[in-house]
Design a protein around this ligand. Structure first.
Ligand SMILES: Nc1ncnc2c1ncn2[C@@H]1O[C@H](COP(=O)(O)OP(=O)(O)OP(=O)(O)O)[C@@H](O)[C@H]1O
Length: 534
């Protein structure tokens, strides 16, 4: 189960949740509609969130948590929480109330956690939340095997949960189990049983996409993630390189250690070495104390080197040494510093060509591309993936801005599918965000901030995928409004402005798409009278 998507990608709008509905007399009234949601839902996170919101509301509880079992690590991990303060919590079996429920397989009702030996106060410390009452029941599959725990916290009005509440939550748990068993989440848990060493819970659930291209990437990433292999991610700007770099980290053995990103394109060449390796006191004027670099900060974890193609040649040599010998010297230092890091790198450039041109070290190139993952541009992932992503972003953005999720009109959807997305998923996300904020009720074609003239996708591109540059809308036409031919400088100006527009004014991303430096871009914008505000 690589993604948060499953089932038919049909139109999905969460029904509005009343702030505090009275407890329904019949449990089925709370959860019956959820069965219908499962088949239609396009975003697993959104589904689980709705589920927990409804359970908390129906139990008169302040919040609820869905815990799932990771059999390899003998741990429970929180998969969805009503108002979660931290993204994921893990507890050992037998630890805390939920861990005890998972171990003994029976419901536990804790009226007052203070002085309750099974209560695990660390969680409150972690979240800053004060638990005053707690009820947790086991989740079992159709065969009766325990695979999780359903928990609610702090009954409203300061009351304790009653024996009737325990019965009610147990009945809800049976229904939740039925609903969950038709999701890919449950299938992932089942798969984990056959692979006792593969930890679960670190799904690619934030990555949306089911196209064959993405499926083969999930397979590759699933194999590479649990190892320490260096991974090179290639793909256009906004195609999801960083997202996959994080997925590799959290699906691997270093997941509890730091993930540190260094963006070589965002730093002047002179500062990159300092950023990566740190410096000793006195290394240069103003260096009045020793500063550790990103490699030291990431010790035990992963360093994500974004836009590795921008790494100056001398720094490439130093990086090679880190990969080979796991050691380096700080700037201005002579003493070797040992580090234990995994390296994941990304680039939109054709590094093989840079090697041939002498701009990238061949030995480093082979060292970093032990596993190479090529992310397709969005336009090559097919209309269905665009639709899935669009629906996912509509729901996510509406949630983020506390708005009612609007519907996407058929014409708007068609438009999204035809557009060529030079800024890839990032551009789609930004486009949907602005449409969600501006529309009322329904996203219509006119809410989408896209160029008005859409051209059909070219049949084939003469460039290799890694080098393919945006065409279609992003490529400026050589003719002006009256059909007369334009001077080269004007074509360039229009093209730059269109790319900038496509990446929502993000200059770093625009410079990357245009394959020019940020400074060059800034200079050109100044020439166009756009100065710093562009
Ligand atoms: N498959 C996907 N599912 C959901 N969100 C995605 C997906 N791919 C990308 N995104 C989102 O799109 C945005 C851009 O992705 P990301 O930063 O990973 O791209 P990138 O290739 O690293 O871009 P750049 O080269 O410009 O740094 C992010 O907000 C990310 O969460």
């Amino acid at each position: 189960m690589p993604t948060g998507c499953y089932g038919e990608a049909a139109a999905f709008v969460l029904p509005p949740l009343p702030p505090m509905p009275p407890p329904p007399s019949d449990v089925t009234q709370v959860l019956l509609p959820l069965g219908g949601l499962v088949g239609r839902e396009v975003d697993l996170d959104a589904f689980l969130q709705t589920l927990m919101d409804r359970i908390a509301a129906s139990m008169q509880a302040d919040r609820g948590t869905l815990w799932l079992l990771d059999p390899a690590r003998r741990e429970l991990f929180s998969r969805a929480a009503h108002l979660p303060e931290v993204s994921q919590i893990r507890v050992k079996l037998g630890q805390g109330v939920a861990g005890t429920v998972a171990e003994v397989g029976q419901a536990i009702n804790v009226p007052d956690p203070r002085g309750e030996r099974r209560f695990f106060a660390d969680i409150d410390r972690m979240t800053g939340y004060r638990t005053t009452s707690l009820l947790a029941v086991p989740l079992r599959d159709a065969d009766g095997a325990l695979y999780g725990v359903l928990q609610v916290l702090n009954r409203r009005g300061g009351d304790n949960f009653t024996a009737e509440d325990t019965e009610r939550l147990t009945a809800i748990a049976t229904q939740v189990s039925t609903a969950l068993q038709s999701t890919s989440l449950y299938q992932e848990l089942q798969r984990a049983k056959d692979q006792p060493h593969a930890p679960v819970g670190y799904f690619f659930n934030r990555i949306i996409g089911e196209s064959p291209q993405l499926q083969s990437i999930y397979r590759l990433v699933r194999k590479a993630a649990p190892t320490d292999a260096t991974v090179l991610l290639r793909g256009e700007s906004g195609s999801g390189k960083e997202l996959f770099a994080r997925a590799i980290h959290v699906n691997g053995p270093r997941r509890d250690q730091p993930f540190i990103k260094v963006d070589c394109a965002a730093l002047p060449a002179t500062l990159i070495e300092n950023e990566l390796f740190g410096h000793e006191r006195g290394a240069f004027t103003g260096a009045d104390h020793r500063v550790p670099g990103k490699f030291e900060a990431a010790d035990g974890g992963t360093v994500f080197i974004d836009e590795i193609g921008e790494l100056p040649l001398p720094v490439q040599g130093k990086l090679l040494r880190v990969i080979q010998d796991r050691e380096f010297e700080r700037v201005g230092g002579t003493q070797a510093v040992k580090v234990d890091v995994r390296i994941v790198a990304a680039t939109h450039r054709d590094l093989a060509r840079m090697v041939a041109e002498g701009r990238f070290r061949e030995d480093l190139y082979y060292r970093i591309k032990v596993v190479e993952v090529v992310l397709p541009p969005l336009r090559e992932r097919g209309a269905e993936d665009i639709e899935r992503l669009a629906r996912h972003f509509v729901a996510a953005v509406a949630r983020r801005h506390r708005l009612q999720p609007p519907k996407l009109s058929a014409a708007a959807l068609e438009r999204l599918k035809r557009y060529r997305w030079p800024g890839n998923v990032r551009e789609l996300e930004n486009c949907i965000e602005s449409a969600v904020v501006l529309c009322e009720g329904e996203i219509l074609e006119e809410h989408l901030p896209l160029p008005t003239v859409d051209r059909p996708a070219p049949v084939a591109t003469a460039l290799p995928a890694s080098e393919a540059r945006p065409t279609g809308e992003a490529a400026a036409s050589a003719t002006g409004e009256a059909g007369g031919l334009l001077p080269l400088a004007e074509v360039e100006r229009r093209h730059i402005l269109r790319v900038l527009d496509a990446v929502k004014g993000n200059r770093t991303a625009a410079a990357r798409v245009l394959e020019i430096g940020r400074n060059t871009l800034a200079r050109k914008l100044k020439e166009y009278g756009l100065g710093d505000e562009a």
